[in-house]
Design a protein around this ligand. Sequence first.
Ligand SMILES: [Zn+2]
Length: 451
Amino acid sequence: MFSEMSITIARARDTCAAVAFLFNRTMLQRLFERIESKTDELVALTRELIRFPTVNPPGDAYLPCAEHVGRRLAARGFTVEYLRAEGTPGDTDRYPRWNVIARIEGSRPGPCVHFNSHIDVVEAGSGWSVDPFEGTVRDGRVYGRGACDMKGGLAASIIATEAYIETFPDFSGAIEISGTADEESGGFGGVAWLAGRGYFSPPRVDHVIIPEPLNKDRICLGHRGVWWGEIETKGRIAHGSMPFLGDCAVRHMGAVIEAFERELFPALQPRRTTHPVVPEGAKRSTMNINAIHGGQSDDWTGLPAPNVPDSCRMVIDRRFIPEESLEGVKAEIGAILERLKASRPGFDYSVSDIMAFEPTLTKRDAPVVTAVAEGIRSLFGREPDYILSPGTYDQKHVARIGKLYDCIAYGPGILDLAHQPDEWVGIDDMVDSAKVMALAINRLLTGKALR
Ligand SMILES: [Zn+2]
């Protein structure tokens, strides 16, 4: 009797498991089919976004581009907000810094997944074989400025979200999609400004995915730190025929460069992170001398006046690894300048910050990381690559201002193509990454995987 009953229970359990498996399987297939059926729409949307010349600087066409995203999502039941970051760098009536945030609530309360894309692009530059603002489709690719960085990613996240809510109309929690300004110039009129107003913090938002072009099978956990500084050497103006009566600030700057070559660059070279920064060269601590200016300004016409320059300014772009600190990076350069001051007659200097951010790093076991990793595993049948970006992006603002540490970059496109002529994004890559994004939404909202 007992054994018969246990057999029946076991059979019933097997049947339940089989039904659950079939249901899951079907829902996964339905979700993927729905995304695939939207391929033409995905391409069309990417092209539409590329056609807004949202070039930054100066920060053009932000509002029509934001409205294009907002109108589309409002028609699908999203609540849409347009927010101008008034008073932020570059914001004028001619070039207002507009952002769009769209949110849809599920049928039950739950966590919120947010997809954040910047809508600005860098200038087209020369060397294009197609119109950079046309969105030409050729050989399975969409070409145009911003195709991979990152209007293709924005379009993929929109299609992923739409397919998800059509497949699971009864979903719980909330999904947000934002198109934000000024990432290319530091993000101050975009994510930084919004984060300062609570748009990137719990309880409003729990998980953030930034679809930057890091390849469809890689998860970007964060980025190196950056310090942009300006060093000024000081001199004394005098007649150029009698330089001994003055003090040449450019020669003092020459001594700074020499000291950097002798002490700083050799010290940076062996400093290597254990984190998976790509490309390989960016695993080391680096510094670029961005600009030097001393003496007569370079916009003069006619002949120069014979002056000994009393000021020389150098802009440095120091990128540092997670094992270093901003404080240590500044102190290292400060010590070199102090040694010069002690040893070189007449040497005087000042240092000022232009911009500084500590390295940003999301933990590998953070929910958004495991959710996207599961999506990559499910679609491609292999482990994702975990990487760190050599340069910064808006994740820093989500972490340092929003205090939200469950944030990564994940999106279609090849990083090396960003800012290049003939930038493109692969249509298959956009479709695949939309599938991974939809799987991640499901995992983060339900706590369960679709297999
Ligand atoms: Zn970008």
